[in-house]
Design a protein around this ligand. Structure first.
Ligand SMILES: *[C@@H]1O[C@H](CO)[C@@H](O)[C@H](O)[C@H]1NC(C)=O
Ligand SMILES: *[C@@H]1O[C@H](CO)[C@@H](O)[C@H](O)[C@H]1NC(C)=O
Ligand SMILES: *[C@@H]1O[C@H](CO)[C@@H](O)[C@H](O)[C@H]1NC(C)=O
Length: 447
């Protein structure tokens, strides 16, 4: 009896340590309106945790969404990276041939055939234009339309990312078998990635030296530049939350070969409390909410396109379930009243178009930097989430998903989203949604 009492006392004491003023700071500054948006943190928490999170969680188990095609072997274009992470938690297990749904393999074959055909056409066209002006190189309208369709992947005009989908070195990875979590990848190599992204690829106030931009400085930048920074910061935050929430608590042992994984409160505090982050932790957390709203808006904007998608994997009943599940999700998304409003961005003439171009170049560049990540697992999830965000930006800013265009007959579409883009978009929203959910659990533990 005494022992039990003692235990309760200890618990109480440690409980009060957790809820002491400074620890709650992560969260007590995290309330009210989300920067550059029209809604509150509480509204998003409720909407996500009750409505979106459970739906996405089950949707992303579907075959269509769990297999992601990725090239983990492309060379880093910016620097020599010899620091391949040898930690076994970094390892990614690609799918064996017989594990990939047959529908995905069929589609790949078709795609490669078409792609090669039109690639040849376009190369020939170049050659002719180079010298032999007398040869008729006009491609028929139909072929041109198909070409647009199949070359959507490298359409420099619209894409915010370099996609791996057509690479021969790409392979399918089962995302459910390779979950994003703590890997042990840190130190100089990991640091360099984020440094490069913040210092060389984000918009920044002139002469600003810190990687992380303080709020007052951020407010001196224009909306589009702020959006870029907040999106990157939100992604960084989200990744850190996953690592804290799925931390390696105990190494694998004979009795427990998987090891033990769970939330690490100290790591979370270290990453986000104001004391250890020069006061910036809470605004990083707010940027997560911002990014969530940005990608959610993209999903809403692509609604009329996505409800017509087949989600083909070759298994009829599975595909049917997937279609129903996505319609149910989109219905909820459609009814959310506080969507991000992208129509205020890139308005105006020359200056705005120039800014948009820069915005896209920076982002594409970041998608290439993902090839420099030295840990396979981190690279996989980094690529997936950057590609998802890139797809969201394409939907929001390419103009091709704007109202009047979308209501037209989309069966004769002059553009398309590739499967890989849809998979990346939904999975990255799933990641952000999970982060908000996990954040709520940390909030609960801290109180
Ligand atoms: C070139 O080919 C296209 C379609 O194949 C045809 O419509 C057009 O008249 C041709 N132009 C010339 C100059 O022969
Ligand atoms: C097709 O999908 C259903 C439901 O998702 C599943 O129960 C069934 O085993 C699948 N069939 C094949 C041949 O994989
Ligand atoms: C692309 O990234 C490299 C490496 O960080 C950098 O040197 C270059 O300036 C970047 N270019 C753009 C357009 O962001």
């Amino acid at each position: 009896m005494k022992e039990v009492l003692f235990f309760i006392l200890v618990l109480n004491v440690s409980g009060s340590i957790f809820t002491s003023h400074e620890d709650d700071d992560c969260f007590c500054q995290l309330q009210g309106q989300i920067d550059d948006c029209t809604c509150n943190v509480d509204t998003v928490d409720h909407f996500n945790n009750v409505k979106i999170y459970p739906r996405l969680r089950s949707l992303l188990q579907k075959d269509y969404f769990r297999f992601f095609k990725v090239n983990l072997f492309r060379k880093c274009p910016f620097w020599q990276d010899n620091s391949q992470c040898g930690i076994r938690y970094c390892h990614v297990e690609p799918c064996k041939e017989n594990e990939i749904p047959k529908g995905l393999k069929e589609k790949d074959k078709e795609k490669f055939k078409e792609n090669n055909k039109y690639l040849k056409d376009s190369l020939c066209e170049h050659e002719h234009n180079g010298g032999l002006g007398d040869i008729n190189t006009t491609i028929s309208d139909q072929a041109r339309e198909d070409f647009v369709l199949w070359s959507a992947y490298d359409d420099a005009q619209d894409n915010f990312c370099i996609l791996d989908d057509f690479d021969e070195d790409s392979s399918y990875v089962d995302l459910l078998l390779n979950p994003e979590r703590y890997t042990g990848y840190k130190g100089a190599s990991a640091h360099r990635i984020w440094q490069t992204i913040y210092l060389e690829n984000c918009f920044r106030p002139n002469g600003y030296l810190n990687s992380y931009i303080q709020n007052h400085a951020l407010n001196s930048m224009c909306l589009e530049e702020r959006v870029f920074y907040r999106a990157i910061s939100g992604l960084h935050t989200s990744i850190n939350i996953h690592v804290c929430a799925k931390y390696l608590l105990r190494e694998s042992s004979f009795k427990n070969p998987e090891g033990e994984w769970g939330p690490n409160l100290n790591e979370f505090r270290q990453k986000f409390s104001p004391e250890t982050t020069n006061g910036q932790g809470p605004s990083w957390l707010r940027n997560l909410y911002f990014l969530y709203l940005l990608e959610l808006r993209a999903l809403q904007k692509a609604l009329t396109y996505l409800v017509k998608e087949e989600f083909y994997t070759g298994n009829e009943s599975e595909d049917w379930d997937t279609q129903l599940a996505i319609k149910d999700l989109l219905n909820i998304v459609q009814n959310f009243p506080y969507h991000f409003d992208e129509s205020t961005m890139f308005n105006g003439h020359e200056q705005a178009q120039k800014l948009k171009l820069e915005f896209r170049q920076h982002f594409r560049n970041i998608s290439s930097i993902m090839d420099c990540v030295g840990c396979e697992k981190c690279k996989l999830w980094g690529k997936l989430q950057i590609q998802g965000l890139g797809t969201a930006l394409k939907i929001l800013f390419s103009g091709k998903f704007d109202g009047s265009l979308m209501s037209e007959d989309t069966s004769k579409k002059s553009f398309q989203l590739l499967r890989t883009e849809i998979v990346a978009l939904l999975n990255s929203i799933g990641r952000l949604s999970t982060s908000l959910y996990e954040l709520d659990e940390f909030r609960f533990i801290l109180r």
